[in-house]
Design a protein around this ligand. Structure first.
Ligand code: CU
Length: 128
């Protein structure tokens, strides 16, 4: 009986410490994009190991990310999105990274933006 009690206490302690260690973080990033193809590209880029949930809203441009901060960092997620060619508020994609973006997804193009009813791009330097 004593042994069972100790085993139970040990099990409870292990469960408690595991819960304390797995740190689930939720962040919302503003990510520029236009269409459903952008959504797929952005979400795939953000879905790194340790990321539990991603959802980019085409209208609000908000990307919800739920991740384990002991497995992956916010910086790594942002870097991956930039690497896929998309601008994140506070961290724009380089010209080379943006170059990979498909012609119909050129979210910095002011003509395309107005077609989608979008206001000014996060990247205001380059209008092409
Ligand atoms: Cu697109």
């Amino acid at each position: 009986m004593k042994k069972i009690t100790y085993t139970l206490i040990a099990a409870v302690l292990i469960t408690l410490s595991a819960t304390a260690q797995s740190k689930i973080t939720k962040i919302i990033l503003e990510v520029d994009g236009l269409c459903g193809m952008c959504k797929e590209r952005i979400e795939n880029a953000a879905y790194l190991t340790g990321v539990k949930q991603v959802n980019w809203d085409k209208t609000t441009h908000e990307l919800d990310v739920v991740f384990r901060n002991d497995k992956v960092s916010e910086e790594e997620i942002i870097a991956s999105i930039n690497n896929a060619g998309h601008d994140v508020k506070g961290s724009l994609a380089s010209a080379e990274q943006y170059e990979q973006i498909h012609g119909c997804c050129r979210f910095r193009d002011s003509n395309l933006r107005s077609k989608y009813g979008l206001s000014e791009a996060l990247c205001t330097e380059e209008k092409k």
